[in-house]
Write a protein that binds this ligand. Structure first.
Ligand SMILES: N[C@@H](CCC(=O)N[C@@H](CS)C(=O)NCC(=O)O)C(=O)O
Length: 200
């Protein structure tokens, strides 16, 4: 059994949980809530991940982070269809799709932190606008680069789009991107996605 320092609202944690479901390892993981706040210290989390971010997976060989590494770790320990294609063009495509989805999330969190974490008199709307512009460009790219099999790219896309629906309902990303919207509607039905819906 491995402890996953986590929170049910984190899209990066969701990636790990979806991969755990898809690779048949969900029973090996014990999700334990860990407060991850950029300005509030959490010693227990810091001891496992000095960057103080979730997810961090505590194994008998030590802590593994971040979500990309944990997902690849889980994938490497199963013999099922690999979510990380082992070589060739499909590998680089899947990794780039994952980076795109994670980058969208990084921009979304940065925009959210600007509003939630920064004192009101220090907030700058130009910062949030630039992060939202990154999100729009990432969505445009996703719409023209849709995963055609179950890879870590697909898991990343699913968790990123799910996070937008959860925390940024005002971003109407579907309207101009019907292909991506259709893909997400189907992908969301997977049991791994249904079992990991974000909740406050
Ligand atoms: N690149 C990291 C990002 C993880 C991340 O930013 N997690 C957020 C929670 S959703 C966090 O821990 N934030 C606290 C902080 O930035 O200090 C990953 O893929 O795991």
């Amino acid at each position: 059994m491995m402890t996953l320092l986590s929170a049910p609202t984190s899209p990066y944690v969701r990636k790990v949980m979806v991969v755990a479901h898809e690779t048949g390892q969900i029973d090996r993981i014990d999700p334990v809530f860990a407060l991850a706040n950029p300005t509030k210290a959490n010693e227990e989390l810091n001891n496992q991940n000095p960057l103080a971010k979730i997810p961090a997976l505590v194994t008998e060989d030590g802590a593994i982070f971040d979500s990309r590494v944990i997902c690849e770790y889980l994938d490497a320990t199963t013999s099922t269809h690999p979510l990380f294609p082992r070589d060739g063009k499909t590998r680089w495509q899947a990794l780039t799709q994952q980076a795109l989805a994670d980058g969208l999330l990084d921009a979304a969190l940065s925009a959210r932190y600007e509003l939630l974490m920064r004192p009101e008199d220090k907030q700058w709307s130009g910062w949030r606008d630039a992060q939202l512009a990154k999100i729009e460009r990432a969505l445009d790219r996703m719409n023209t680069d849709i995963p055609d099999t179950l890879t870590i790219g697909a898991v990343g896309y699913g968790c990123a789009l799910g996070y937008l629906d959860f925390r940024f309902p005002e971003v109407d990303w579907r309207a101009a991107r019907p292909a991506l919207a259709d893909w997400f509607a189907t992908f969301s039905e997977r049991p791994s996605m249904q079992a990991t819906l974000p909740r406050d």
